[in-house]
Unconditional design. Structure first.
Length: 408
């Protein structure tokens, strides 16, 4: 049976950044990444908005705030060092109705508390940056950028493999057997033994944690985010990134305009319950995934609290007119015929039994193991920081070999 010192389940951006950080600390260790797909980064990492977030939205002192701010800088440096196309273009958040002005001011203050460079803009100043936006006021965050996260993840993987690490695609972890030191991983490609296990399984992280006998006390609920793309001749309507003031009770940012690094402009994403964890089409359905949500008390408590928002999101999913109406609040000129449907992504959002969404990144320790049980946005931005933080929690190989009980 192949034996490894460390095994990471999940070849998304979080698993790969962890693998890279670990391989840099533990030169000579045998490190394995197990990925169920033929190619890494096929799920959340390959289906997102491609924004290098600044960290303005997150509660001061939270992991999200800290890791996004530091991750933003680290990621830009990483892209420069490795020649990955990116751009620090900044973004504007705009209030379009009077009732949003106090929330916009709160965001501005939060940006300052999180140590960011932010500036208040009048409606005229917003128009100097984004001539087609109509609003009452805005906040500009210059450190926001854009990148293709699949390219970033590919580079993490390449550096990891060049450093001696092993990537095992087409390898789905099916069961985890606890041993006195470490685990035996039963997979679709055979059994692997590891002294230490790291679960970065994204949309399946709660299930993998349970296989490893760790109860995250929360369930992953998949929220699909659907996008439209502006027709090439209408791309000039958007210069950088244009966001509305988000609903503070909701973890999603509201549909916005994003210029992607390839020059296309995307509008979205909305946030609708997906009937399949990896369900990218409206019609995708998986009985197990659907039943788990339907029989989960936390979901119904959340649904009761956000019934109005949930219905609005469903309407926006099925009605292009409603989607376009949301976008016209930002740019009145945008018309339905300017937008073509494009890709969708599914967010892995952890939800507790009491109906509260897990707000921060959630990283749990188990028997010779660490489990990343909530890593939604801005985890791609924060990936280098999350990887480093996980590795700090992992006992060094030397200590693992000398005193296995240190890990228990
Ligand atoms: C619509 C959308 C927009 C977003 N926009 C942004 C953004 O602009 N900026 C930002 O910073 N973040 C954004 N995010 C969030 C970001 O994409 C994710 O936080 C990040 O990609 C999470 O990475 P991950 O490695 O945890 O998960 P994933 O990329 O989903 O990787 C998990 C991997 O685990 C594998 N896996 C699962 N189960 C098993 C198993 N049993 N055995 C083996 N392998 C397994 C999967 O195949 C997958 O490859 C967005 C997300 C979505 C969905």
């Amino acid at each position: 049976m192949p034996r490894y010192d460390f095994a990471i389940i999940g070849g998304g951006i979080v698993g790969l950044s962890t693998a890279l950080a670990l391989s840099r600390r533990e030169s000579g260790a045998k490190i394995l990444v197990l990925e169920k797909e033929a190619i890494c980064a096929r799920h959340q990492t390959g289906h997102n908005s491609g924004v290098i977030h600044s960290g303005i939205y997150y509660k001061p002192g939270s992991l999200k705030a800290k890791f996004a701010r530091e991750g933003n800088r680290g990621l830009v440096e990483f892209c420069l060092e490795h020649g990955i196309a990116h751009e620090v273009c900044g973004k504007v958040i705009v209030a379009t109705v009077q009732s949003e002005l106090p929330l916009l001011e709160q965001l501005y203050q939060r940006g300052l508390e999180n140590g960011l460079e932010v500036s208040r803009l009048t409606a005229e100043e917003v128009r100097e940056v984004e001539p087609h936006v109509r609003c009452l006021a805005g906040v500009r965050v210059p450190s926001t950028g854009i990148v293709n996260y699949s390219r970033v993840a590919e580079k993490y993987a390449e550096l990891f493999e060049n450093g001696g690490g092993t990537l095992s695609p087409n390898t789905r972890v099916l069961a985890i057997r606890r041993m006195s030191v470490g685990h035996a991983l039963e997979t679709s490609a055979g059994v692997f033994e590891t002294r230490f296990l790291i679960n970065c399984a994204g949309l399946h992280s709660d299930r993998v944690a349970k296989l490893g006998q760790v109860d995250p006390k929360a369930k992953i609920v998949p929220f699909r985010g659907e996008y439209y793309e502006l027709k090439p001749e209408k791309r000039s309507l958007v210069k950088t990134l244009i966001y509305p003031v988000p609903n503070p009770a909701f973890p999603f940012l509201g549909v916005h305009f994003t210029r992607m690094i390839d020059g296309t402009v995307h509008a979205g994403p909305n946030a609708v319950l997906s009937f399949k964890r990896e369900g990218y089409q409206k019609t995708d359905f998986n009985l197990r995934d659907f039943a788990e949500v339907m029989f989960y008390p936390g979901f119904w408590k959340l649904a009761a609290r956000h019934a109005r928002d949930g219905i609005d999101e469903m309407i926006r999913s099925f009605s292009k007119t409603a989607f376009v109406r949301s976008l016209q609040r930002l740019i009145p000129e945008v018309q339905s015929e300017d937008l073509l449907p494009t890709h969708a992504g599914v967010r892995a959002q952890s939800l507790m039994n009491d109906g509260k969404l897990v707000d921060d990144f959630l990283i749990l320790k188990g028997h010779h193991s660490i489990h990343v049980c909530n890593a939604p946005s801005p985890a791609a931005t924060a990936s280098l920081e999350i990887g480093k933080a996980i590795v700090e929690e992992i006992p060094s190989l030397e200590r693992t070999l000398v005193s296995p009980s240190l890990n228990s």
